[in-house]
Design a protein around this ligand. Structure first.
Ligand SMILES: Nc1ncnc2c1ncn2[C@@H]1O[C@H](COP(=O)(O)OP(=O)(O)OP(=O)(O)O)[C@@H](O)[C@H]1O
Ligand SMILES: [Mg+2]
Length: 450
């Protein structure tokens, strides 16, 4: 079974062209053979005219010897071409041309022109003529015609093979040409994803089936883009709209606390409310960021930074944060040079990774930040001594709202959006981020490359 339409079209085209040519050749064979046979019949007829002229009008009065002699005079010079046999039914007189050597030409009753097999000669074309009371039978060998027809068959067979090859090549070229718009459509459809929904299939100005299909697909992409944008705008709008009432609720709670005096249980309740509100506020900010990043609405402020200098500032804050939790912090950097990135966002990625590492680290554990700049690639890894992850979870944790309950984790109140945001930020920088279990000890190592 041929799976490509192009190959199928080429095969059908080649078969159709070759079969048509073969039919033409068969018809040509019949025509040519008839023409050549007709030529032999004309030859036989002209030989008869010659005999008739030589016998003269008075052949009725001639004796047998003279008739024999006159016929022989006409026929001897053409003895290679013609075999002649004359018969007078009344007198039973018979004449055989010398080349017949006494063998009569076979007779087919009721036929005047026919093919026959002559002993010692082979296939012959026979013409039977009536002259007065004489039956004149003239035969011409048709072996030459057989040779010509044999040659014709050989030439045709060679031409058919050439035709098959040529039409396969032409069919392949034609099908590639005809399917070009389809390839264009599939190429574009492959490229269109949630991140570039605005790309469209190029449509030619001609109105044919393929351009109609392209127009139809483009209309479908239009509708898809519209609904995608509506969904994106909805989550952005919803996040935005939630922020105002949330701030008001927080304000009122804070005012209640400030104004006091409250019973201790009421104060505790308000504190919990405020904590949860802060968490909700953070989730809304994260969702707002993700929907803006998806809509390509985040503008990066890309600048060439020296990672060593950039990290020097960050490490002081991170070290304080980590040590505040009773953990150890280690930092290393190798390589020199500059890399273009947006410091504000990369700082956020690093903070997310450090915060995750703090959450899973055992007491007195160490968090290591290692940075390497080589061959224009900046690779930063954050490693902890926590429980690590199962192999299949290393990719899962970058999905939205995925939170795996880390055993012994502290302050496990995350939303599961931190790593999605990290991936989004690194993606905006054209880099990648991935997690793998630490080498040689328990713990996870999350690495990003820019
Ligand atoms: N260093 C790590 N070791 C083990 N598991 C981790 C580590 N970092 C992340 N995870 C797992 O991946 C999940 C997702 O992490 P992510 O940072 O996206 O969300 P979160 O930390 O739970 O919430 P958020 O960052 O939004 O406050 C975490 O809940 C945790 O189960
Ligand atoms: Mg996190």
């Amino acid at each position: 079974m041929i799976r490509s339409i192009g190959a199928r079209l080429a095969t059908w085209y080649a078969l159709a062209a070759t079969v048509t040519l073969a039919c033409l050749f068969v018809a040509g064979y019949r025509l040519l053979e008839n023409r050549l046979m007709h030529g032999l019949d004309l030859l036989n007829a002209s030989e008869f005219t010659q005999i008739k002229a030589h016998l003269g009008n008075d052949f009725g009065q001639l004796d047998l010897r003279s008739i024999d002699q006159r016929i022989r005079e006409t026929t001897e010079y053409a003895s290679v071409l013609f075999y002649i046999n004359v018969h007078n039914p009344k007198t039973n007189m018979l004449f055989y041309s010398t080349n017949l050597k006494g063998v009569p030409i076979p007779d087919v009753p009721g036929e005047h022109i026919y093919d026959a097999e002559l002993a010692g000669v082979g296939r012959v074309r026979v013409g039977e003529f009536i002259l007065g009371g004489l039956d004149v039978v003239i035969a011409t060998p048709s072996a030459q015609i057989d040779t010509v027809m044999q040659g014709y068959v050989e030439v045709c067979a060679a031409l058919l093979v050439a035709m098959l090859l040529a039409s396969l090549a032409i069919g392949y070229g034609l099908s590639r040409f005809a399917l070009r718009p389809i390839r264009l459509i599939s190429g574009t459809a492959l490229r269109i994803g949630s991140d570039n929904l605005s790309e469209r299939i190029p449509v030619s100005s001609v109105h044919d089936e393929v351009s109609d299909l392209a127009r139809l697909l483009n209309a479908m992409f239009d509708r898809l883009e519209l609904s995608f944008n509506q969904i994106r705008r909805f989550s952005a709008d919803a996040s935005h709209e939630l922020k105002t009432p949330l701030s008001l609720v927080r304000l009122h709670a804070e005012k209640l606390l400030f104004d006091g005096p409250l019973l201790p249980e009421q104060e505790d309740g308000l504190q919990i409310q405020l904590e949860e509100l802060a968490r909700l506020d953070k989730i809304i900010d994260q969702l707002l960021f993700l929907s803006r990043a998806e809509a390509n609405a985040i503008r990066l402020d890309l600048m060439a930074h020296n990672p060593a200098i950039f990290l020097r500032g960050f490490v002081q804050d991170a070290g304080a944060l980590v040590e505040h939790q009773g953990l150890h912090f280690e930092f290393s950097h190798q390589g020199s040079g500059k890399i273009r990135f947006d410091g504000k966002w990369i700082r956020q990625v690093l903070l997310n990774l450090i915060a995750n590492a703090i959450k899973v680290s055992p007491p007195q554990g160490t968090i290591t930040l290692s940075s390497v700049l080589a061959e224009g690639v900046w690779r930063v890894g954050v490693e902890d001594q926590g429980p690590g992850l199962a192999a299949n979870q290393c990719e899962q944790i970058f999905e939205r709202f995925v939170r795996l309950t880390a055993s012994g984790g502290r302050d496990d109140k995350g939303s599961g959006l931190g790593l999605s945001i990290c991936r989004s930020i690194v993606g905006l920088h054209g880099g990648r981020i991935f997690a793998q279990n630490a080498n040689g000890h328990s713990g996870l190592r999350v690495t990003f490359e820019i």
